[in-house]
Design a protein around this ligand. Structure first.
Ligand code: FSX
Ligand code: SF4
Ligand code: F3S
Length: 394
């Protein structure tokens, strides 16, 4: 079957010279770069043909200035970006953005660093991306986290004022994450709570760098951040339960469980539900995108560790690790999705699967993403919005 979208992309002369330059910069063959962009567009759920816009954006657009703040956290978010061992992922992240302020990566310190942040904000007023990593302590006037004499609350508000878009990266910045664990002595909160307005959140402890890259590329290609759910999470990454795509799901359905760490069931790769796996109530694309690109199985459950629900507020860092998960969606759905997608509403199953196949490791487990792409999430999303008592999209 011909992949017309990829072929069109390869023939697009508008971006040819840019692609040659970016391929050289990244040390990546031209075809591999195009395949990566096509896969990125597919996993973002973009319509056919959008891969050209993605490639153009990555190859030729001016890199947005990024101000990256750190508050209460372990720096695992940054570590996971830099440890993305796929030959292109971390290079691409650093290639598509201009990281103008980042306390961990900066050689500068003290007043020099503060000055760099202020200059970048002034020079890119209204157009910079603000990325916040870590929770924001709100108790006692926010005194539990200060940088350069300012509280995290003050810095967040100051940097948010002139930002084009704000991304809360990691579970800490999304809702408080680990620092907000009961009894939350410092009043750790997420960025949206502190600013009193929605921001795009990419939870995970650590979050998947592929989801961050995809979010930034969407901003570059279309001038806006991707559509999000009622918790501010990009739908392309957080609209499916882990349990739905888990490689151990057949064991769950057949009633084959590991009962103890190291027992026969655990060694045989049986389902980890009875060890407290929170996959059945956690929304994330971990089983389809994987981590670190080190090969198959590089995600918590793949390594034999029950999911702790790190992307899910109210589950990760809230529910005890051994507690059984609430199993959602155990019955077949009332309605099955259409098999044929309407034109322009998303990638077709066939093209997505083919893209995933040709892109290989770049997509991680993108075949699973592709498998889910044509499905209608509307009923499920409406239900979740009702449960959250909001019912509105951010
Ligand atoms: Fe750590 Fe980031 Fe966890 Fe938090 O990730 S990996 S504690 S989400 O803010 O650095
Ligand atoms: Fe996978 Fe956990 Fe579901 Fe078992 S309970 S199938 S290990 S997500
Ligand atoms: Fe976190 Fe569970 Fe994924 S622990 S990384 S949400 S598999």
């Amino acid at each position: 079957m011909a992949n017309t979208s990829l072929l069109k992309l390869e023939e697009d002369s508008r971006i040819d010279s840019h692609i040659a330059a970016v391929s050289k910069r990244l040390g990546m063959p031209r075809r591999a770069f195009l395949q990566f962009c096509a896969t990125l567009a597919t996993s973002l759920g973009l319509p056919p043909g959008a891969d050209a816009a993605v490639a153009e954006a990555v190859a030729s657009k001016k890199r947005p200035s990024v101000i990256w703040l750190h508050f209460q956290e372990c720096t695992g978010c940054t570590e996971s970006m830099l440890r993305a061992e796929h030959p292109t992922l971390e290079k691409l992240i650093l290639d598509v953005i201009s990281l103008d302020y980042h306390e961990t990566l900066f050689a500068a310190a003290g007043h020099q660093a503060e000055q760099a942040r202020k200059s970048a904000m002034m020079q890119n007023r209204g157009s910079y991306l603000l990325v916040i990593e870590g929770a924001i302590p709100t108790r006692d006037g926010g005194i539990y986290c200060k940088v350069g004499g300012q509280t995290a609350i003050e810095l967040t508000r100051e940097c948010a004022a002139d930002a084009a878009a704000i991304i809360a990266i990691g579970s800490c910045a999304s809702w408080g994450g680990m620092p907000s664990t009961d009894p939350n002595p410092t009043g750790s909160s997420g960025v949206a709570t502190v600013l009193g307005k929605p921001v795009v959140s990419i939870p995970g402890c650590p979050p998947n760098p592929y989801n961050f890259l995809s979010t930034v590329v969407h901003f570059l290609a279309f001038g806006s951040l991707p559509p999000v759910d009622e918790l501010g999470r990009p739908k392309f990454a957080y609209s499916r339960l882990i349990h739905e795509s888990c490689e151990r799901r057949a064991h769950f359905d057949a009633g084959r469980f590991a009962m103890e760490f190291g027992d026969e069931g655990h060694r045989k790769g049986y389902c980890l539900y009875k060890l407290g796996c929170k996959g059945p109530e956690t929304y994330a694309n971990c089983p389809t995108v994987l981590f670190g690109d080190a090969g198959a199985g590089t995600w918590p459950i793949g390594c034999g560790c029950p999911c702790i629900g790190c992307t899910e507020q109210g589950v990760g860092f809230s529910k005890p690790l051994h507690m059984l998960a609430k199993v959602k969606n155990v019955d077949p759905p009332q309605q099955y999705p259409r098999i044929v997608e309407e034109k322009g509403m998303g990638a077709t199953l066939g093209s997505a699967a083919l893209l995933a196949a040709v892109a290989g490791a770049a997509a991680g487990g993108a075949a699973m993403v592709a498998r889910n792409l044509g499905l209608s999430h509307q009923a499920e999303e409406a239900e979740r919005a009702r449960a959250a008592g909001q019912g509105t999209e951010v």
